[in-house]
Write a protein that binds this ligand. Structure first.
Ligand SMILES: [Zn+2]
Length: 440
């Protein structure tokens, strides 16, 4: 059993009833946080001096199609219809299991590099069981904590989710790996018939797993009524985007405990519609955050938090100006709230709030050390702002379940050159199938 004592950092625990930031030590025992406090003593522990750093809970990226890492940057100017045509309509069909493995491995490693310790991997290019297993293997090799949200490649609206695959995964790798849990990424009411939507929600409910759906532009489909009437909405239900839903529907869903994941950069840039952030906050709820598509936007969840924060503050300022003729004197949202979206709320959305998202004794030791001595953050008067303003280069160290996955600004135990070589080979082969003149 290994013990690690982290000393000297300013710690943002995100725990209720604690200061926003405090200079305390953190004692890690095996995979858990054992103790917090000033001047902790543990002679047998590996003591690490983190003076000048800010330590925050491991970040949570609640929605990423990790398999797309080999396609990075190709779609930075794509609208949503262009993305759907080029990726799902064309390139995704040419993925083989090795493309899934290296894309997922590289995508997950990048998440760790960016400070993400828990990933909602919304995997919907599971063309064969071999594709699925390769994606799971990529996650496991990376060392990240993940909820593998098992999805499907294109199927007709009357095709139910393939439950034998879900059960095979539950009986296989998910049962034997502590860092992996399973969820179902179903097509949901927007992309399937009401009967199929109800059956898929019920299947997830019977298995006790998180069920996640896309809900993008347009009115909510009839299937939402059917799912609600069947009593299948609850805290295990996660909606990504939530754009296009009426205020009445949002209220109903929040009332049922449903969680929302906003992916602000591509929602705004690609035409999904306006992030749901403000509509949730007005109901006393809050979003979790995702980065969705490496093909289109970067995977850094702190950037997503800043964009969500700035976008909603902008809307709120404009609303205040229009209603009073004056600039607002107080902020509508704090930086701490934005950091909670990428920690506490992400953990809640993925069904892991009892394990991650806060630094407290008994929680999993998922921690991020931010080097606030760097020129772009120093003198970092406010630790929460320093965390929120950190770039990837400021993420000095990342611990997942008590294991260092990044130290001294470098990923641990990874042959990154090999990963990058294989990712480039995969991406170049796949993009030979891209035809940007294809009809949308
Ligand atoms: Zn998505």
């Amino acid at each position: 059993m290994s013990r690690t004592l982290l000393r000297g950092a300013r710690v943002v625990t995100m725990a209720p009833n604690r200061p926003d930031a405090e200079r305390i030590d953190i004692l890690v025992d095996d995979d858990r946080i054992a103790d917090l406090g000033e001047h902790l003593d543990s002679p047998d522990a590996d003591t690490v001096d983190l003076s000048g750093r800010v330590v925050i809970p491991g970040l949570v990226n609640a929605h990423l199609h990790t398999w797309q890492a080999g396609l990075r940057c190709v779609g930075a100017d794509w609208t949503l219809p262009e993305y759907l045509t080029h990726v799902h309509g064309t390139v995704a069909r040419h993925y083989n299991p090795e493309d899934m493995r290296i894309g997922t491995l590289a995508g997950a490693l990048n998440q760790i590099d960016c400070g993400t310790t828990t990933l909602g991997d919304w995997c919907h290019n599971t063309r064969t069981p071999e594709h699925t297993d390769a994606a799971v293997d990529g996650l496991l090799r990376s060392g990240i904590r993940a909820v593998f949200l098992h999805g499907t490649a294109y199927v007709t609206p009357d095709s139910p989710h393939p439950l034998p695959e879900v059960d095979r995964l539950l009986d296989g790798p998910v049962r034997t790996h502590d860092l992996l849990t399973l969820g179902m990424a179903i097509r949901g009411p927007q992309y399937s018939t009401p009967e199929v939507a109800v059956a898929d929600f019920r299947a997830a409910d019977e298995r006790g797993v998180v069920v996640s759906v896309h809900q993008s532009g347009g009115e909510p489909a009839a299937g939402w009524d059917a799912v609600r009437e069947a009593g299948l909405l609850g805290p295990h239900t996660n909606i990504t985007h939530g754009a296009g839903m009426t205020d009445e529907w949002i209220k109903t869903l929040v009332g049922a405990g449903v969680t929302f994941t906003a992916t602000p950069e591509n929602e705004l840039g690609q035409g999904h519609a306006v992030p749901v952030t403000g509509r949730l906050l007005r109901l006393g709820a809050a979003p979790s955050l995702g980065t969705d598509v490496d093909t289109v936007v970067p995977g850094d969840i702190l950037t997503a938090a800043r964009i969500a924060l700035a976008h909603q503050r902008g809307l709120d300022h404009e609303h205040h100006r229009q209603s009073t003729g004056m600039v607002s004197r107080t902020p509508s949202i704090t930086g701490k709230q934005a950091l909670s979206w990428a920690t506490v709320e992400g953990a809640r959305a993925l069904g892991l709030a009892d394990r991650v998202g806060r630094i407290e004794p008994g929680m999993q030791a998922d921690l991020v050390a931010i080097d606030a001595r760097a020129l772009n953050l120093w003198p970092a008067h406010d630790p929460i702002a320093a965390a929120l303003h950190a770039g990837v280069g400021n993420i000095e160290a990342v611990m997942i379940a008590g294991q260092w996955r990044k130290r001294d600004h470098h990923l641990v135990d990874v042959d990154l050159d090999d990963v990058k070589d294989r990712l480039r080979g995969s991406g170049e082969r796949l993009l030979r199938h891209l035809d940007t003149s294809a009809r949308i």
